[in-house]
Design a protein around this ligand. Structure first.
Ligand SMILES: CC(C)(COP(=O)(O)OP(=O)(O)OC[C@H]1O[C@@H](n2cnc3c(N)ncnc32)[C@H](O)[C@@H]1OP(=O)(O)O)[C@@H](O)C(=O)NCCC(=O)NCCS
Length: 155
């Protein structure tokens, strides 16, 4: 049974273990630490007491950005990211966010599919945004900027 709760800096080692297992170019501990508290918010997924996934979001006025979402490899494909993402959207709605944004590597088909199923659409491309190990890409990869408008009340 998966349960969800926000975590603080005391969970940083568990977050970093998942971060480094999931990403080709993971955040550093310093970056992860800087995304705890303040304008950042998060939700972690637990299988019993084991942290198995998380998202980190950022609030900037009416714009909320999904900074990171990861599920530990052994727990992927079970719908955990879908639940985390829908709770990110729900939180934005509750907080009266107007826009949700995220960036994703152009080659990350799995994540793009997940975001599209949740209602995000592709808005633009940020050229050479991410470092890449793919020699054919000169060490960089494009990011796709995706977004979703919330609370569209024109009355
Ligand atoms: C992307 C990621 C978060 C998905 O986590 P997950 O818990 O496995 O995803 P879910 O099980 O909730 O799957 C959600 C949807 O993603 C898509 N998906 C899942 N596995 C897929 C696969 N192997 N191929 C293509 N699409 C897939 C499906 O559309 C799925 O919906 P469905 O189950 O209704 O078919 C996870 O793979 C991950 O941590 N990747 C590394 C980190 C990363 O790339 N994060 C995104 C940064 S922008």
């Amino acid at each position: 049974m998966i349960n969800f709760k926000a975590v603080d800096e005391s969970a940083i080692e568990q977050l970093m273990a998942i971060e480094t297992a999931c990403h080709s170019h993971p955040w550093t501990l310093k970056t992860m630490s800087s995304c705890m508290g303040g304008r950042y918010f998060n939700l972690a997924a637990f299988n019993e007491s084991t942290l198995v996934g998380f998202y980190i979001g950022e609030k900037a006025g009416p714009d909320f950005t999904l900074m990171d979402i990861c599920v530990t490899p052994s727990e992927q494909g079970k719908g955990i990211a879908r639940q985390l993402l829908s709770q990110f959207i729900e939180y934005g709605e509750q907080q009266n966010a107007e826009n949700l944004f995220l960036e994703v590597r152009e080659t990350n088909a799995r994540a793009i599919k997940l975001y599209e199923l949740a209602g995000f659409t592709q808005m633009s491309v940020r050229k050479n945004y991410y470092p890449s190990d793919d020699e054919t890409k000169n060490g960089f990869e494009d990011a796709i900027l995706m977004g979703m408008a919330l609370n569209l009340d024109f009355s």
